[in-house]
Design a protein around this ligand. Structure first.
Ligand SMILES: NC(=O)c1ccc[n+]([C@@H]2O[C@H](COP(=O)([O-])OP(=O)(O)OC[C@H]3O[C@@H](n4cnc5c(N)ncnc54)[C@H](O)[C@@H]3O)[C@@H](O)[C@H]2O)c1
Length: 437
């Protein structure tokens, strides 16, 4: 394939060098004269293990050259990968100036092109940037229509500096956010030799994946560091702790707990986070990430409550009272917190939870429930049908499989507030709101 790579920094230089090693014909573009000259001399413009060899081989066999001339690059290729910098502005916002400049250049060149050209954003951009900045800029400069006259896509880069070539050839995934099949096929051919799953999705999901990945990586580092600081103050070997932690691939390093949904609750997580944060304070440790966990969780509970109140509809039925399906443990169940607040606002409520029967609850569990909602027995109903009959708003509070079928059983005018993402929610458009989707 004939590919142009805009921006010859870390991402662009590695992309250009590695793609040419697949046999693609690559033109690199950068306004920096020095970078262009280095590439054309077969030298890497950035330090990265193995890159020099790739660039030198590609330049000497004619697979790679560099230029400052965007028009030359667009007219001589079928696909452009944009890898320019997107640094932070002083206020933290993303600076898209270089991106916009490149799009104007590529757009002007597209005016002269009859064949289909795809423009792919490899730079990290906030969700919405391609649709609201890149496409309008390209269309303005070219006078052509995205998706019809030329293709546009998001293809975020996942390499890490220092291991950039290894990461390029063996990425965890190749994400292509595209809407036109021609661009999708071109990208699949471009990365054909790479054995990583190709995930085709929307432009916005592709843009967002890069942010969720990087923010997650940042959270991991901050988490490990704060656990380390805590361990050090108690003379516990933090590395041994985290080694054991990382060996748990069932709950710790796994997809478990990583789906947007309702607040956590139950007899362990809130209590244990609270105790650790309290202990850290007593040791004069400043652990802002761990300290933010319970406030973040409480904020999610308040979000659920506000969603119900903002509907200005009554009465309310709650499906599921325990913090997760399949248990009768009500301790620190966030849904109980919502029920308590709704009662305070005078809501007429019914609650259905197949696992909760007041006569069978005992000990701390029962005490907790009666402390939170003393007259709870008058709110509990025996069947899902009774609950569905009562509410103008139906709140799905846990993921009991029976609740997944409620789409078929709703009356006109009933509204679903979903805190757990029921399976058939896409059918309920118009009378449905999910807490984080
Ligand atoms: N560095 C990484 O490890 C990494 C990893 C994944 C994603 N990213 C993302 O990739 C993008 C590029 O990052 P980088 O580290 O390679 O940046 P960089 O600053 O090293 O390189 C950017 C290059 O773009 C060039 N440029 C600026 N204006 C241009 C124009 N009009 N035409 C052509 N080139 C132009 C600059 O001269 C520079 O060489 C950023 O969005 C970054 O967030 C970086």
């Amino acid at each position: 394939m004939r590919v142009s790579v805009f921006g010859l920094g870390y991402v662009g230089a590695v992309t250009a060098g590695c793609l040419s090693s697949f046999g693609h014909s690559v033109i690199g573009v950068d306004p920096a004269e020095a970078k262009v000259a280095l590439i054309n001399e077969g030298k890497p413009p950035v330090i990265e293990k193995g890159l020099g060899e790739k660039i030198s081989a590609a330049v000497s066999n004619g697979q790679l050259r560099a230029t400052r001339d965007a028009r030359d690059a667009v007219l001589g290729t079928d696909l452009s990968l944009i890898c320019v910098g997107t640094p932070s502005k002083r206020n933290g916002d993303l600076d898209t100036a270089a991106l916009r400049f490149v799009c104007a250049e590529i757009g002007s060149a597209l005016v002269e092109k009859d064949s289909y050209h795809s423009v792919i954003i490899r730079s990290t951009v906030l969700p919405g940037t391609i649709r609201s900045v890149i496409i309008p800029e390209l269309e303005k400069a070219s006078g052509k229509k995205a998706g019809v006259d030329f293709g546009v896509g998001s293809n975020p880069e996942f390499l890490r500096e220092g291991t950039a070539l290894e990461d390029f050839f063996a990425p965890p995934k190749t994400v292509i956010g595209v809407e036109d099949d021609r661009t999708a096929s071109a990208l699949e051919a471009l990365y054909g030799p790479i054995e990583a799953p190709i995930i085709r999705t929307s432009i916005e999901v592709a843009e967002m994946i890069k942010y969720s990945d990087n923010v997650w990586h940042a959270v991991k580092v901050a988490f490990a560091n704060e656990i380390g600081v805590f361990c050090k103050s108690l003379s516990i070997d933090s590395h041994e702790v985290m080694d054991v932690f990382c060996r748990d691939t069932k709950l710790n390093l796994s997809s478990y707990y990583l789906k947007p949904g309702f607040s956590f609750g139950g007899s362990c997580l809130p209590k244990d986070v609270r105790a650790l944060v309290h202990k850290a304070k007593s040791l004069d440790l400043d652990l802002p990430l761990l300290g933010a966990v319970l406030p973040s969780n409480e904020r999610q509970t308040s979000r659920g409550f506000e969603m119900i109140v903002q509907l200005e509809k009554r009465p309310v039925s709650i499906l599921g009272m325990s913090f997760k399906a399949g248990t009768d443990d009500l301790r620190e169940s966030p849904i109980l917190e919502i029920v308590e607040r709704l009662i305070g606002k005078g809501y007429d409520i019914r609650i259905f939870d197949r696992n909760i029967s007041l006569s069978k609850l005992v000990g701390a569990n029962k005490d907790y429930l009666l402390r939170m909602i003393p007259h709870v027995s008058s709110l509990l109903v025996e069947t899902l049908d009774e609950a569905l009959l009562h509410g103008g708003i139906i709140v799905v509070g846990n993921a009991d499989p029976e609740f997944r079928t409620i789409g078929d059983r709703l009356r006109p005018g009933q509204f679903v507030v979903d805190l757990v993402r029921i399976k058939d929610h896409s059918r309920l458009v118009g009378n449905y709101n999910g807490i984080s989707w």
